[in-house]
Design a protein around this ligand. Sequence first.
Ligand code: ADP
Length: 601
Amino acid sequence: MSDFEAKMKSPKGIEPERWFTEMYRKHQGHPLRTLIALYKGNYHKFLLAVVFFTLKHCCVWVLPIVTANIINDISVKNPNTVRNIVFYTLLMIFLIGLNIPMNYRYVDYKSQATRYAETGLRKALIRKLQQLSIRFHVETQSGRLQSKIMRDVEAVEGLSTQLFLSTLNIVLNISIALAVTITKSWVVFLFFLVTTPIAAITMVSFRTKMKRRNYEFRKEMEETSARVMEMVELIPVTRAHALEEEEVEKMSRQLFTAAEKGYRLDLIQALFGSVGWAAFQVFQIICLAFTGYLAFKGDILAGDITLYQSYFASIVNQVSAIITLVPTITKGIESVNSIGEVLLSEDVEENEGKRPIETVEGHFEFKDVYFSYHDGEKDILQGLNLEVKQGETIALVGESGAGKSTILNMIIGFYLADRGKVLLDGQDLREIDLRTYRKYLAVVPQTSILFSGTIRDNIIYGCENVTEEQLQEVLRAANLKEFVDSLPKGLDTLVGEHGGRLSGGQRQRISIARALIRDPRIIVLDEATSALDSISEKLIQSAVNNLTAGRTTFIVAHRLSTIRDADKIAVIGDGRCVEYGTYEELMERKGAFYKLKKMQT
Ligand code: ADP
């Protein structure tokens, strides 16, 4: 554990991620309360941050007083003026110098607290994503989840920092300015009280006029970047069809639309921005005139004019800061809620408390299984009965959409039967801890899913203590040995993002090797539909045969070779098993399978 990790403590020694989920649950529906609760156990860090912030900011509050005092000394011809100037100068240099270490410490404590929340939230989200059901993931766009983990968490961190910093700034600046004013002059205090809100509201109202244009421009830029992404992805297709000019033309229209929005924003900014600024200056001048008049009458000293000028500016700025803070808060709160949607989602795979599995033989039975993806929708499986004995290979065939992949998903336990039972060695899948069962299961999906890394990483994924001999054995069985040996870096060759540097057949064999190394009892294999040349097909088929030997295997089969080699074939249709038997039996019967075969050839 790094030093920084050790600094991140949550109350009662609970890991931050679990603590955060607990806080979300406890303060459900109250985003601000949730936000504050996320920092429990770190409040003292904020308190220390306040102390250091006050110290670092001292010079700003003291400077107007010092300036006023020096001018006053000069104007009343105080005999100690020179001595005072030296004293004030040294004091100010000290206070300004103090700013550097104090600011450092302030950021240190504030950042420890906010980064802790940021990391903890991300980790909580990541853990939750690993627990949520496959149904949830199928139905949620991955881009949305990514934006929750990155953008929303960032917005929450931004909200915390902004809220903390602004509240601190506002409270300290206003109270110090008002306190100094009230001790010096009641009249000026009242003047501030009346004019500040008017000045602040005038400034803000002009600034918000720019907001809509700003929003329009931002939307247009988002649209542009989405279009650029799409255009880049489409480049191979565009070029293949010689549509370059059309694409450039299309993009150029988008670019000009965005540019026009930007141009309008510039103009409105020029107008309202300067009107807001001018309003503020006018109020400053009014303040100057008012305090100047008071000084002329002798109610206040001449030097105090500059003091009130600085404080008035600071108060007006802080009040308008409160008003402009509202959108940041709204956005931050939206993000707090958006994170909550995931953290509080109930759609998790329930394994806790269920019976763990010690050994798996690999005998499967579907007993009158009914299943639909959503309540009230048509049943995809309608009373499926199917038995697969230990070590048998069964090929599932049938028209597209018949429900073959659905059956595979039920074997993995991604979806459970609505009615009827799926039994593994006589035990209902609904009653066992699926995580313990899946240790005996290997899945070879239709499209091989590789991650960026080496071939070795991709094969041993998640398996520890794999010896070099085992690895070589697996390479041989998956028909990868020759290919890997031909590579200069062998097993340590990088596969590129999603295995982009490998051919389809090579990726499939790596997928098969990944299954082999786990030495599973049960195999779920969704055959790739893409046509392969006969050499690739042979290499893959013999790898598949090595994989399935002696293991219970479910294959969604498209290739004649796999269907022939299977022990049994089940034809799926109308959500049921409509025909069942060996290849020869089914061909002889001249029923559904025979018809399917004839259609394919
Ligand atoms: P096969 O593998 O035989 O082609 P599937 O099992 O993929 O068939 O699909 C069976 C039926 O279930 C199809 O009608 C398909 O549209 C539907 N289906 C598949 N997945 C989902 C899902 N996640 N949500 C809703 N319907 C689905």
